[in-house]
Design a protein around this ligand. Structure first.
Ligand SMILES: Cc1cc2nc3c(=O)[nH]c(=O)nc-3n(C[C@H](O)[C@H](O)[C@H](O)COP(=O)(O)O)c2cc1C
Length: 433
């Protein structure tokens, strides 16, 4: 195969539409099945996989133990084998043609590293302080819903891994484990991610509950307020021969509006139940900055916004007294912007004027990715799918291994670059590709 990326892409495009595939008894569905992507996203994935030599056709056998993994991708293949296909679709879906997932990864290619030499790097310290709590690594275990869909131990396994490796964990509103149980398993505070409810009285009770449970911060997710169109999730669910209605009262996922299964059944969502029936205070429309003000007034916890991608919104967030931001496009599952979060990061940092912490997530898979975000002004970075690959593959042990691999890679990049603390990583360590 040619080493020129454009020619390779053309070749893959040709392959995807080629009668040769049909002649070989294969079709584009085959490429789709191998890569989990369609259209341009399929070509992006195939192109990058061939470049990296990790195209599934070229892959070595599945790893049998978490300790055999060389990188986080080694867990993906094992998890894919273990997780039911509909749940795999929920995990891996983006929106429309999944183009923003590919964009998140491709964004890192826009930057190269400029290592400095002859600095004593025998000791590096990758620790970060967030609202007074210090963690040995800036890699955050991001909120990700329904983790018992990927492994029977779900969020408990994740929390125990976060405890073992001492990482900050953020729990999703739609977790399959309660905030109280997760804080107990983590053996210390975790942050809570908030999806607002249509009734403010319920939202407020939820916020008060997580504060009582000991969460020091709450991250209000603002990137799904317009809904999202998750086609891969629906396609994969259709390939699942099990009866969705056995667990999800409403049945299989619905197109368009929310990206969620038509669940309306909170039996497995303990953070959504147990609230007093008070006179409802229904939201008028979807939340605006007025909601953010209300949220700030309702709690003593730090309030962060998750899903900010522009300088203007970052500046508004500071004006409204927000305590921190996640630069996020929900791992390519919100709007199909095709704009990588690593591309949005510098303008968000600029909008904050450096006054509040900025956590960037979306497509982080390598220590070099983490390094580039730190060089562009991030305080920390968040990971989603990689630790779920670890969870789906080997439970708690898999999550621990993913965290250890990413930390090891990041600290190696620090050493190679001549930066021994996070504050020493600056824009002078990277250059546009
Ligand atoms: C299956 C899945 C479920 C998610 N659930 C939530 C959620 O409940 N709340 C939230 O704010 N973000 C959620 N996210 C987004 C993640 O917090 C994070 O922004 C994203 O996964 C980062 O991208 P990455 O998966 O490429 O690392 C979810 C992501 C995935 C893949």
């Amino acid at each position: 195969m040619t080493s020129d990326p454009n020619s390779r892409r053309q070749f893959l495009a040709f392959l995807a539409g080629s009668p040769l595939l049909a002649a070989a008894g294969l079709d584009t569905e085959w490429l789709h099945t191998l890569t989990g992507r369609r259209g341009d996203a399929l070509l992006d994935v195939a192109d990058r996989a061939v470049t990296a030599g990790t195209h599934p056709v070229l892959q070595p056998p599945l790893i049998a133990n978490a300790t055999d993994a060389l990188d986080v991708f080694d867990f993906e293949a094992v998890a894919r084998q273990n997780i039911p296909v509909a749940h795999w679709g929920y995990l891996m879906t983006g929106t429309d043609d999944d183009g923003t997932i590919a964009a998140n990864r491709a964004g890192f290619e826009r930057w190269t590293l400029k290592p400095r030499r002859l600095i004593d790097v025998s000791r590096v310290d990758g620790s970060v302080s967030l609202f007074g709590a210090r963690y040995p690594s800036p890699i955050v275990v991001n909120p990700l819903g329904s983790q018992k869909a990927f492994h029977k131990d779900g969020e408990i396994a994740t929390a125990k891994a976060a405890r073992a490796k001492d990482h900050l964990m953020v729990l999703s509103t739609v977790a399959t484990t309660s905030i109280e149980d997760v804080i107990a398993a983590r053996g210390g505070p975790v942050w809570f991610q908030l999806y607002h409810q249509s009734d403010w009285s319920i939202t407020k009770q939820m916020v008060q509950r997580v504060e009582r449970a000991g969460a020091p911060a709450i991250a209000f997710t603002v990137d799904l307020l317009g809904g999202s169109n998750r086609e891969t999730m629906i396609r994969e669910a259709r390939r699942d021969t099990r009866d969705c209605k056995k667990c999800h009262l409403g049945g299989a996922p619905l197109p368009g509006v929310s990206g969620r299964v038509d669940d309306r059944d909170n039996r497995r969502k303990p953070n959504l139940v147990g609230y007093e029936k008070r006179p409802p205070q229904l939201e008028k429309g979807t939340p605006t900055w007025e909601f953010v003000d209300r949220l700030k007034q309702a709690t003593g916890m730090k309030v962060l916004l998750k899903g900010i991608v522009t300088e203007d919104d970052a500046a508004l967030a500071v004006e409204h007294g927000v305590d921190g931001l996640f630069v996020s496009n929900h791992g390519g599952r919100a709007e199909n912007s095709r704009r990588a979060t690593i591309v949005s990061l510098p303008e968000v940092v600029k909008g904050t004027g450096g006054r509040i912490p900025v956590i960037c997530d979306g497509g982080f898979r390598r220590g070099t990715d983490v390094f580039k975000a730190m060089a562009l002004g991030a305080t920390s970075v968040g990971i989603g799918r990689p630790y779920i690959w670890g969870l789906g593959a080997f439970g708690q042990e898999g999550v621990e291994a993913v965290l250890a691999i990413m930390r090891r890679e990041f600290e190696l990049t620090m050493k190679q670059s001549g930066a021994t603390t996070l504050s020493q990583i600056t824009a002078r360590h990277i250059a546009p590709a």
